[in-house]
Design a protein around this ligand. Structure first.
Ligand code: FRU
Length: 487
């Protein structure tokens, strides 16, 4: 039995032990997931692959797990797409992307080689190169026999072949481009651009982005796309040197600017954090049949307080709600895909009222719902959510309109984190809040997607009160609770 068959057999035999999944967030069928990979639309369905280790709830030999969906919310597991079973990817099929060409689905991913399976790895021995696999049905994949297609020898001088990964392909005017993350010899992250006419032979174009020395940043999972007349680059950063763990953390950022695809020159116009919370990393985007740009991220970060569920649940990690992107006044706007509305089974409008004391909306819920409101107030105020609470412990999200910060406090996990937000949270004396709760997660979209916060928490059995309050006087313009049910 080969490695792929072994993984599929293991899943079939052990799937019944997996329990307590979230209600509308995609988890691995069993075991561990991290990054979303190969996000695409092919033959009438959305396909989402992911970094996957079926045999335990921890990171190990990376396979590509696979799920498909008609609407990005209700997912169906497919057979594992790839295992690390060739000379080019013997120690892991790392992150990558998908593109459709001549009716075929192409996956491009990083073949990871580490002879000592060292952790932390010895960079002198690790090799990362880019590989291709193809499929005619979107389910069964054949790896290209001459992998890698972008090898260590295609890497210009000045870069480390040990940190050269996460290819994201894009097509522009009949030419294929790929962005790949790399660490340079000064130990900083860069995004390299290559181009190809056939997806097999690639030529280096340029380095389109370099992190600054003082940022101490390695870049992972770059994404590049054109939208509303701009080119957006998204990347996830992590410290190059572990002593900066605390100050760099893992951040997902976006850049807005213009890319000259001929010269490979990127002109940066704006930069910001894609998701301020502690549980969003390595996002990947795709274009849907309506030409909309959709992004999905892993709801965890490598170095963060994001919480994991107990080991005996049999799964670890989940994907965020997919979000639709647009650009407005040089900001990236993100809102949940509209199809989530189809799963809102009951809508309860709440009568307009003053919001000065704690306002308890909902007591006996299963913690799976959406709560939307718009609030009128002045800037000398804080709005406070209290979630998953009981009498003495809760999770709180404090939106300080004067300081322009959002603070996440969990009494259960002893966490208090303050996020400085770059845009004004109060917009013309008004703040619009769209909150999605699932059993283990909180996603907050502020002011119609201008800033977004994702958190994970494990609070099963710890209480389910939900309230909103305001330090000073404030007025609801509207408020509604929508129960979400995805069967
Ligand atoms: C990001 C990442 C990628 C890599 C993958 C390995 O989370 O570190 O850079 O390809 O995970 O699983």
């Amino acid at each position: 039995m080969n490695k792929l068959e072994k993984a599929n057999k293991y899943i079939k035999e052990n799937i019944s032990s997996v329990k307590n999944r979230p209600s509308y967030h995609l988890t691995p069928e069993i075991g561990w997931i991290n990054d979303p990979n190969g996000f695409c639309y092919y033959k009438g369905k959305y396909h989402l692959f992911y970094q996957f280790y079926p045999y335990d709830v921890r990171w190990n030999d990376m396979h590509w797990g696979h799920a498909t969906s008609k609407d990005l919310i209700n997912w169906c597991y497919e057979d594992v797409a790839m295992a690390n079973d060739t000379l080019a990817d013997a120690n892991g099929c790392f992150s990558g992307s998908a593109i459709v060409k001549d009716e075929k689905l192409y996956l491009m991913y990083t073949g990871h080689l580490d002879p000592n399976l060292g952790f932390p790895p010895n960079f002198n021995e690790v090799l990362q190169q880019q590989c291709i696999a193809t499929s005619d049905d979107g389910i069964n994949f054949t790896k290209y026999e001459n992998n890698p297609v972008i090898s260590q020898f295609d890497l210009p001088e000045g870069y480390r072949k040990s940190d050269f990964r996460d290819p994201k392909i894009v097509e522009k005017d009949g030419v294929y481009y790929v962005v790949i993350a790399v660490k340079n010899l000064a130990e900083r992250g860069e995004v390299l651009l290559y181009k190809s006419l056939d997806l097999y032979k690639w030529d280096f174009v340029s380095s389109i982005y370099k992190s600054k020395h003082e940022e101490n940043m390695m870049i992972e999972c770059p994404d590049l796309f054109s939208i509303d007349g701009k080119e957006v680059i998204i990347f996830s950063g992590m410290p190059c040197n572990p002593i900066y763990d605390k100050s760099v953390g893992n951040t997902t950022e976006y850049l807005i600017g213009n890319l000259n695809f001929q010269t490979g020159e990127y002109t940066l116009e704006a930069r910001d954090i894609l998701d301020y919370g502690n549980s969003f990393y390595a996002p990947q985007s795709m274009e849907n049949p309506e030409n909309e740009r959709i992004v999905i991220g892993w709801m965890k970060k490598w170095l963060s307080s994001s919480i994991v569920v107990p080991k005996d649940y049999g799964w670890s990690g989940m994907m965020s709600l997919p979000r639709k992107l647009s650009v407005d006044s040089n900001r990236l706007i993100q809102n949940p895909v509209l199809s989530i509305e189809n799963y809102m089974v009951s809508k309860e409008e709440i009568k307009l009222s003053e919001l000065n004391e704690e306002f308890i909306f909902h007591k006996d819920s299963n913690n799976v719902f959406n709560f939307r409101c718009a609030i009128n107030t002045d800037s000398n105020n804080s709005i406070i959510y209290k979630l998953f609470g009981n009498n003495d412990k809760s999770i709180r999200i404090v939106i300080d309109l004067l300081e322009n910060t959002v603070t996440y406090i969990s009494d259960f996990d002893n966490i208090k984190e303050v996020y400085n937000v770059s845009t004004k949270l109060l917009d013309n004396e008004q703040i619009v809040l769209d909150l999605y709760l699932d059993k283990y997660s909180i996603e907050l979209f502020v002011n119609k997607g201008k800033s977004v916060f994702s958190f994970t928490s494990f609070n099963e059995g710890k209480g389910n009160s939900f309230s909103l309050s305001s330090e000073k006087s404030a007025k609801f313009i509207y408020a509604e609770i929508n129960q979400i049910n995805v069967e």
